[in-house]
Structures are given as C-alpha cells and as structure tokens.
Ligand binder design. Structure first.
Ligand code: GLC
Length: 363
C-alpha cells in the first residue's frame, strides 16, 4: 500500500522516521479500547460459540443453520456507532470462527453469509465501510488453530483432543491417517487471509485465534510433545509466512496471535488478563486484553442475557488494562438476528460518557 492509501486515522502517527507499521503500533497504543463482536451461526442457537463442539452436533446438521441465517438486524452502522459512542477506536469482527462459517464473500468455501440463502450479504464489507466512515480501525478475527468443517483442519489425531469435536463415530468428512494433509488446510487459510487483506480496504489488524492447537502437536507415537515450542521444534503451521504475507499486502496491518506463538507478532492479545508467553513487558510490545460482557460466553447466550458486566466492572477492566499498559477489547455477542443486546450496548455507552468526562483511568 502506498502512503496515500494508508488509513486516515494513522496520519497523526506517521513521521518520516517511522515505518507504516511503527506508526500503526503507536496508533494502537493510543487507541486504548476496542469493540469485539462474536457473530455467526452459533448465535442462532444462543448456547455459546462452542455449541457445535460441546454438543457434538454433526457437521451436516450444523451446516443446516446456514439456511436460517438472515442477519436481518445486523447493522454495521449501529455497531460502529456503538464503538464511537463507547469511546472505542476500533472494531474486531469474527470473520470465521471455529465453526468455519465465513462472514464475507469468500471463494474458498460456499459456507458463508453471501451464499446463505436468507442473507446474501458480505458482513465484513458492510463493517469495513461503517468503520471507514467513522475513522475506526477494522480488525479481523480469524480462527487459525481450529476449523470444525474443513477436512484437513487440525484434528485430534495429530493435535490435542480439543482440535475437533469428539464425534463418535468419527465424522466421515474429516480426513484421517495417511489421507490427512495439514498443508491443504493451511493453503485454504492463507487464501482466506489474502482475500481479507485485499478486498476490504485498510485492515488495522489480523487477529488469529486458536493457539492451543498449534501448541499441542502429537509426535510420531501419538503422544503430545512435552514443552513444545515452535521456535525450536519448527512450525508446521507456517505462521511466519502468514505474518509476512499480511505485512506484504498492507505494511501497516498488525498481526496478533493471542498470548504470542512465535514471538514475532506485532502485539500480544491474551484473554482476560495481561500476560504473554514470553514474559515480555507490554511497554516494549503492545498488549490487548480481551474480555466479554457476558462472562463465560463470547457468542450470544440466551440464558445469560442481562447477566453482563456493569459499567463499573468495565471501568475496572479498563483500569486494569491501563495498569498493564494494555488495550481493552470488550466483546458483545449479537442476538440471532444480528441486533446488539440492548442492555450490553447501554453499558458500553454509559462507559463512553464517563470516558468523555474523565478520560481513561490510569490504572
Ligand atoms: C477462545 C475461544 C473462542 C473465543 C476466543 C476469544 O480462544 O476458543 O471461542 O473466540 O477465545 O478470545
């Protein structure tokens, strides 16, 4: 990307001495606070985003949810405006969660929101436009270590027991034994990243999830490799190539992989508390702690609706993130129809008003 196509929000951070990525790091630190949106087929069931895995819903049965997916009240402008009103500077959307359903017009699979007969929309494109209009950063969550549909996705033969649902009998669509080829999954994943990086304008961050899987490969004997470290054991997931591709396609895009996989990520993005795998200071490299308004569920959970964090709880999370020199990425899971949970949105707005009055807590 030439400097003229860099996102406008980076302008105050660009200096002759800084590369676009260094400017993006400074922007990210200054941004402090972002909105995380978990939305997908699992939202329709309202029983946690891991419902397919937990209830061992067969792949073909789960896929039928796509016929009921309409996203009729998923309004990217409402979501982006909530971020603005909440005092946030970026939005992160689950473009493809572990269930494999994609929210953009991908050529890698028909299992996507555009092909869903009742939807026919590219939700990533809609959010990209809404963020662009408001000067918000667009961050794209993508499941990396898990995909409960792709035949060559990490499985339980080669990785820890949590990579695929424990189907009994095994689901026939997944390759096993000699038929299994992780590279076919990685090629698909790489192509998805390429699509996201080339079709939606400036991307603030590619946010990879599912680190437990690549960190738990099994050896020839089928046993988990103790103390596995991709930096010394080698990385069958080709992660550095993926990071390099992101940076090649857009030099300012930041890459994260949760608490850090190779240690070459641009920022660390652990869950719930500030830590990284390398014990590095967040003053040295940025961190972002993600947490969710509904404790225990990132995706919409019908039984837990209204049991969310209060404005004071969110404030305490902001203070805690600040104390650790980290950003806060606060999640809300839209309802089945894509609308925001009203009382969670109201808490986010209340915190936004307090931020406007008082500024960020110092921690
Ligand atoms: C975990 C969960 C996932 C959630 C994510 C958010 O990795 O697997 O459901 O999306 O955390 O950080």
């Amino acid at each position: 990307m030439t400097p003229s196509t860099l996102p406008g929000y980076l302008s105050p951070f660009l200096t002759p001495e800084r590369s676009p990525r260094q400017a993006a790091v400074e922007w990210f630190r200054a941004a402090r606070y972002g909105l995380f949106i978990h939305y997908g087929l699992y939202s329709l069931l309202g029983r946690h985003e891991w419902v397919q895995y937990r209830e061992r819903i067969p792949v073909d049965e789960y896929a039928r949810l796509a016929d009921r997916f309409t996203a009729e009240r998923f309004d990217a402008n409402v979501i982006a405006q909530l971020a603005v009103d909440g005092g946030m500077r970026y939005v992160n959307l689950t473009t493809r969660h572990h269930d494999s359903f994609c929210l953009w017009d991908t050529k890698t699979t028909d299992f996507n929101s555009v092909r869903a007969p009742g939807c026919g929309r590219d939700l990533v494109a809609e959010l990209a436009a809404a963020c662009d209009q408001r000067g918000l950063g667009l961050c794209l969550y993508l499941s990396h270590g898990r995909d409960w549909r792709h035949p060559h996705a990490p499985n339980n033969e080669r990785f820890a027991q949590s990579a695929l649902p424990a189907y009994d009998p095994p689901d026939p669509t997944f390759a096993t034994g000699d038929q299994y080829d992780l590279n076919r999954y990685l090629d698909y994943l790489t192509e998805q990243v390429r699509e996201l990086m080339t079709g939606y304008g400036p991307v603030a961050a590619i946010w990879l999830d599912g680190i437990a899987t690549p960190l738990s490969p099994r050896g020839e004997d089928g046993e988990l490799i103790p103390d596995y470290d991709p930096r010394t054991h080698g990385d069958p997931f080709r992660c550095q190539q993926l990071y390099d591709l992101v940076h090649e396609l857009q030099p300012q895009t930041l890459v994260s992989y949760k608490q850090g996989y190779l240690g070459t990520e641009d920022f660390f993005a652990p869950e719930h508390k500030a830590y990284n795998r390398f014990g590095e200071s967040f003053e040295h490299r940025p961190g972002e702690v993600c947490t969710t308004m509904t404790p225990g569920s990132w995706g919409y959970h019908a039984e837990l609706e209204n049991q969310h964090l209060s404005a004071d709880d969110v404030w305490a999370r902001l203070a805690d993130a600040a104390a650790h020199h980290c950003n806060l990425l606060l999640n809300t899971g839209p309802r089945p129809d894509g609308s925001l949970q009203p009382s969670e949105a109201e808490v986010i707005r209340t915190v936004g008003r307090r931020l406007e009055r008082e500024g960020f807590p110092t921690g």
